[in-house]
Structure formats: structure tokens, C-alpha cells
Design a protein around this ligand. Structure first.
Ligand code: HEM
Length: 518
């Protein structure tokens, strides 16, 4: 019975509306808990920042957040704090960065100060005490975790070495689409592209793993909702002192962690057994998957098995959703603007030698429009619209405001990509803007900070090369091999572009498209 109560309350505490209702009942208790704390110097400094009105007791500005917080925050920023703004998520103050110049100050000028991550009970449960590379606080452990993933999985030469795997997986997907085309069937692009990216990540991380795509999707979907979603303990940390509330609020996270544990233990055990059976333990890691390499470097890096599991979850989570969503949003935008799809198809088909079955990576360098389409997709639909929260290690002055140490800072990449004044017709899908002189941005060394889908600085996404390679080869082949139509009876006006927010953003509705062999 107690288990059922914990489960039901756990579900309720993931829903902001249910929490608001619950709060109305327990307000007196909470007021006592929260007002007991005297206001410190940090709070006084923060109060000097511009902030939206109606900061209510207990819930702060929570009632101003809609289903898509990046849209709500962009609206509030345009009125109350275009560069920096303070919002109260319950009792938890957060500085929101919404302009290119403020993002440059936080991510470049003062990067060393804002390079940490805040603590969260839910992240703590899912990520083995925040010992993955995404959520680890800045410091020696973080540097080792980041080094492991960049040097042994995501650097340019590793990504290049994964080319045969990429091309083989793309060929498999083209085969599936070809069958649908022959039968005149619609393809569920969301499912197809998710499985493609997931299979690719699985191959690089754990070798070829057949049939796990569905399970990975289930787990990464739950993770995304929990990692980026609403959790009562992040809003009212003092409630964490109450054991029952803690148990209830973390129940769902604990359940998903258990399932990850089972899956990852099995993958690691299989690898460990193979390592013992192998007489080539010390061979070069060039041909080895990431689990194998991590196990062989475990002692050198000072990692426990849980550390490795946390880092593996990062790779599956951060690597899959982001890239497949970019592909799916790109297809959705292109089908809504057929003349742009035609233009892209012409470029791709012009650049592939006659008679070649598929686009190869050698054909990609001259496809400038392809790259512009991908950038424009990332500008309008950044998969991580609010970057993973940063945390200040020291006090720092940004544009005249002092942000105290230990402050949570979020950068609204979605708002920056649409910042009025930097972009003409900012809400329109116009890839041409990235071809015109001056708008051709270098993501690794930007002159201006008006386009930050991968972040910047010490916490910048280490998966940029890998994601670009995956998205470019798949999108170009989708354009090369097929023409695309909507299912019978649908028009472009029927395409629902509604988004759903977790730590990443996905499309609410499936994208169903009918392929026609080109
Ligand atoms: C289109 C694809 C992708 C996009 C748009 C993207 C975007 C981002 C963003 C915005 C961040 C947060 C930066 C910050 O907090 O300042 C991030 C972090 C991260 N991403 Fe990606 N990402 C993508 C693909 C990938 C891939 C393929 C991987 C790995 C397989 C990956 C691994 C990571 C990791 C480990 C971090 C945490 C970095 C840190 O905290 O130091 N990402 N990504």
C-alpha cells in the first residue's frame, strides 16, 4: 500500500498543476519552513537584477511558465530583462541569459566562473551522484570524465573512424524506406530516425547491439522528461529534509535508474567477460567500442563501475535525442516548404557522381545548402533550447549586475536564435540566411553569440563533430534517394509543429511521410 501511495504521489509531483494544487493545501507549513531563513547578501545582490512582477510566495514565478518554458522565458525577457533576468522557480532563484551579448559574457568572458552545474536530487539519482560528464560539477572529476568521452569517443579522428558504421547504418535505413516506397506506405520518420541514431550510438559505445533501440528509447524518453522537467525538490529544496517527500519526489527517478542499472550492468559484464577471454587486452583502442576502452582505462582514470555507467547514460541520452530530433525537424520544415526541399535535392544530386548508389561522406564538403538547412533547423528548433543549467563558482559582475557565487544560471538558446535585431524574419525557416555573407557562423569559434545550439566554452557540447557527421550523411541520403510526400488527404497546413519540452525538445505528433523513389 505504502508503495502505491509513493507511486501515485510521485506521478503527481511531476505535474506542475497538481503541485500547485497540493501547495495550496500545505502553504502554511511551507511558509514556516521558508520564511525561517534570513535573507543573505547573495539574495540582496540578486534582487538588483531585473525580474518579472508577481513573484508569489512559495511558487515564485512558476505560475508564469507555460508548457514550453523557453518560450515563456523569452516572452518575459523581452519585457523585463532582455540580457539578464532573475526568475524564482519556487524558492530557487535562477538568472536567465537571453541575449547574444549576455551569453558571450557568461560563456566566454567569465566561462571559468560559470562552468559548474547545480546539484539536483533527481539528477543525483539518475546520474549516480552526478558523476556523468553533463551534470558533474566543475572540477577534477569533471575534467577526467570529459577527457574520457572526448579523447576516446567524440574527437575528430574517432568520428572519422566511425564512417563505415555510419554508411552501413544509412544503407540499412535506405533499404527500409525503399520497401515502404515500393509498397506506397507512409514512414514514421520519428521512429525510423530515432532507431537510426540510437543504433549508431550503440555501435560506437557498446558494439553492435541488435533490438535494443526500443528499450533505449523508453529509457531515454523517461530520463529526458525527468532531467529537464518539473521536480518539487529543485523548486523547494528545503522540502528535501522530509524523508517521505524525498522518497516520493525521487520515486520515478529511482525506478528508471534501476532499469538503466540492469541494462548497463549486462552490457558491461558482457564486455568484461570478453576482455578476460581476449588475449589482446593491451591492443590499440582504435577498433574497440567505448565500453571496452572505458574498462581498460578505468584504473588510470580512477573510475568506479558507477562512474562508467553514469558516463554511458550521458552518451545514450545526449547522443540520440539531439541528433534524431534535428533530422526530424529538418524533414518537417522541408516538407512544409517544398521549394526548399527541391533546392536541397538539386544540390545533393548535383554533387554525387553519376550512378553512385548513395551519398558518401566524400560528396558532402561542397553541399553548402545542406549545411545551411541544418543550421537553420538548429536555430529554430535547438534540441536543447535551455542549455543545461550552469552554476557560478564565484561572484561575478555581468553587464553591471553582480551574480553571487552558487547561483544557477541558464542560457536560453531558443531565445538567442530568434533574438530580434540579429535575425531578419526570425521566426521564418530561411536557410539562405546562413549562406549570405556575414551570417556564415563557425560554431566552434563564433564572432557573435547569436547562434549557440551547441553552447560554448568549457561546457560546450563535445558531440558537435559526431552529430554533424550523423545528421549530414542521413539528411543528404534522404534527399538523394527519395522524393517525399504527405500521406493522402493531408496538406502542409495539417503538419502539427507543436513541441514537447523535457531536457530536449521533441515533436508532439509523429511525422508521417510517404517516400517515392527518385
Ligand atoms: C544536434 C546535436 C546536438 C546538440 C544540438 C547538442 C547540444 C548540446 C548543448 C546545448 C549542451 C549544453 C551546453 C552547455 O551547458 O553550455 C550539450 C552538452 C553535452 N552534449 Fe550535446 N548536443 C548534440 C549532440 C550530442 C552528441 C551526439 C553527444 C555525444 C554522443 C553529445 C554529448 C553532450 C555532452 C556529454 C554534453 C555535456 C557537456 C558538459 O557538460 O561538459 N551531444 N549538448
Amino acid at each position: 500500500m505504502a508503495h502505491v501511495v509513493v507511486h501515485v504521489l510521485g506521478e503527481l509531483l511531476q505535474d506542475p498543476r497538481a503541485v500547485l494544487l497540493t501547495m495550496m493545501l500545505v502553504v502554511p507549513l511551507l511558509i514556516c519552513m521558508i520564511t525561517a531563513k534570513p535573507e543573505g547578501d547573495a539574495s540582496k545582490l540578486l534582487r538588483l537584477l531585473p525580474t518579472p512582477p508577481r513573484n508569489l510566495p512559495i511558487i515564485g514565478h512558476l505560475h508564469l511558465m507555460g508548457d514550453l518554458p523557453y518560450v515563456s522565458l523569452a516572452g518575459l525577457a523581452s519585457k523585463y530583462g532582455p540580457d539578464l533576468m532573475l526568475v524564482h522557480r519556487g524558492a530557487s532563484p535562477t538568472v536567465v541569459v537571453s541575449s547574444p551579448r549576455a551569453a558571450e559574457a557568461v560563456l566566454r568572458t567569465h566561462d571559468h566562473i560559470f562552468a559548474s552545474r547545480p546539484r539536483s536530487r533527481v539528477w543525483d539519482v539518475i546520474m549516480y551522484g552526478q558523476t556523468d560528464s553533463c551534470f558533474a560539477p566543475y572540477g577534477d572529476y569533471f575534467r577526467r570524465a570529459r577527457k574520457l568521452v572526448t579523447v576516446h569517443l567524440l574527437n575528430v579522428s574517432k568520428v572519422r573512424a566511425q564512417r563505415p558504421a555510419r554508411e552501413e547504418e544509412v544503407r540499412g535505413v535506405m533499404g527500409k524506406i525503399g520497401k515502404a516506397a515500393a509498397a506506397g506506405d507512409a514512414v514514421d520518420m520519428s521512429e525510423l530516425l530515432h532507431a537510426f541514431v540510437n543504433d549508431l550510438i550503440c555501435r560506437a559505445v557498446s558494439g553492435k547491439t541488435e533490438g535494443l533501440s526500443k528499450l533505449f528509447r523508453e529509457l531515454t524518453d523517461v530520463n529526458a522528461a525527468l532531467l529537464g522537467g518539473f521536480n518539487i525538490l529543485d523548486f523547494l529544496p528545503s522540502l528535501g529534509r522530509i524523508e517521505l517527500v524525498r522518497r516520493v519526489a525521487c520515486a520515478k527517478a529511482l525506478r528508471v535508474r534501476k532499469r538503466w542499472d540492469q541494462l548497463l550492468d549486462k552490457l558491461i559484464d558482457d564486455h568484461a567477460a570478453r576482455r578476460i577471454g581476449s588475449c589482446h587486452e593491451d591492443e590499440d583502442d582504435a577498433d574497440q567500442d567505448f565500453i571496452h576502452v572505458s574498462l581498460s582505462l578505468q584504473k588510470e582514470y580512477g573510475f568506479t563501475r558507477d562512474h562508467i555507467k553514469a558516463i554511458l547514460i550521458d552518451m545514450f541520452e545526449a547522443g540520440t535525442d539531439t541528433s534524431y530530433m534535428t533530422l526530424e525537424f529538418a524533414m518537417a520544415e522541408l516538407i512544409r516548404k517544398p521549394h526548399l526541399m527541391t533546392k536541397l535535392q538539386e544540390e545533393v544530386r548535383r554533387n554525387v557522381p553519376k550512378g553512385q548508389e548513395m551519398v558518401s561522406e566524400d560528396d558532402l564538403p561542397n553541399m553548402t545548402y545542406l549545411k545551411a538547412v541544418i543550421k537553420e533547423t538548429l536555430r529554430l528548433h535547438p534540441p536543447v533550447p535551455i542549455m543545461i543549467p550552469h552554476f557560478s563558482l564565484d561572484a561575478c559582475t555581468v553587464h553591471g549586475y553582480t551574480i553571487p557565487a552558487n547561483t544557477r544560471v541558464v542560457v536560453n538558446a531558443w531565445a538567442i536564435g530568434r533574438y530580434t535585431g540579429n535575425w531578419e524574419h526570425e521566426n521564418e525557416f530561411q536557410p539562405e540566411r546562413f549562406i549570405k555573407t556575414g551570417a556564415n557562423v563557425d560554431l566552434k569559434a563564433p564572432n557573435e553569440f547569436h547562434f549557440l545550439p551547441f553552447g560554448f566554452g568549457r561546457r560546450m557540447c563535445p558531440g558537435l563533430q559526431s552529430a554533424s557527421a550523423t545528421v549530414e550523411i542521413m539528411l543528404s541520403n534522404l534527399m538523394y534517394r527519395f522524393d517525399w510526400k504527405l500521406p493522402p488527404g493531408l496538406t502542409v497546413h495539417d503538419i502539427d509543429m507543436t513541441e514537447v519540452f523535457g531536457i530536449t525538445v521533441s515533436r508532439k505528433e509523429k511525422l508521417l511521410l510517404v517516400p517515392v523513389k527518385a
